[in-house]
Write a protein that binds this ligand. Sequence first.
Ligand SMILES: Nc1ncnc2c1ncn2[C@@H]1O[C@H](COP(=O)(O)OP(=O)(O)OP(=O)(O)O)[C@@H](O)[C@H]1O
Ligand SMILES: [Mg+2]
Length: 281
Amino acid sequence: MDQAASLKGDKRKTRVIAVASGKGGVGKTNVVANLACVLAAAGRRVMILDADLGLANLDVLLGFAPQYNLSHVLSGEKSLVDIVIDGPRGIKVIPASSGIQEVTRLDAREQRILLDQMEAFDGQFDYLFIDTAAGISEMVTSFLVAAHASVVVVTPEPTSMTDAYALIKVLHNRFGEQEFHLLLNSVRNMNEAEQVFDKLHLVCEKFLDISVDYLGYIPSDKAIPEAVRRQRAVVEMNPEAESSKQFLRVARELEQMPVKKQTGGLQFFWRRLLHGEFARE
Ligand SMILES: Nc1ncnc2c1ncn2[C@@H]1O[C@H](COP(=O)(O)OP(=O)(O)OP(=O)(O)O)[C@@H](O)[C@H]1O
Ligand SMILES: [Mg+2]
């Protein structure tokens, strides 16, 4: 029954969506920030885990300066509620970037701290977005496997396409992952998005025997770097921009996406992540 439950029909369970790309700098953080803003504006309760070690971090993008992060929780200096930051529209952000590398290698005591404290958030959010780092590290793959849905951001650049394919291949071959939602970013238009999607779809089908899903596209839009400079999400700063309109469509798509993976809520996600319980249900 759970498997068919969409967010609309089940308010209690948090849907965990990990956003990755393989290649760095292709727009993951922008995607997370903007989708979070759109969904929060529509009344969804949204939390973001900032697991991005890149330069243009979420805090820069959404205009806040975290003093503490997950490492302070793990050391016992702070509790999780102390480090959570209020973003725009009631979005909560867990600044994790400097503490996140160790998360898959925590000892039993630290795991307990994290799991106990995460319990406070159980049932509090409709969405948890995870903004992952570039590359295909163990940390990134762990998040993707533990999450309920994986969004892969890809641009028409050949290196972005090959890196996205490499990421999908590792997740499929090593962890048996079957489901990937492609989001085409920085494209000229819908045609280009579909061409890039078709190419990736074809190689995934041919060499991995899996069918990737088309989530949507975001055009290359100068309104995005303008918004980044002002530390705002483009959907907030310039709702009429072409990219903002597409973020709206993608968010709608996301809301309707059937959840094929078991949706055991937030606690379940953390347990899977920390204990490496990656067997598919
Ligand atoms: N659709 C777009 N149109 C124009 N510029 C964009 C678009 N998407 C992202 N950018 C620009 O690309 C840059 C990188 O974006 P972002 O920081 O979101 O990428 P990232 O994948 O999170 O990077 P990292 O791998 O370093 O974490 C930003 O400066 C942003 O302004
Ligand atoms: Mg980033």
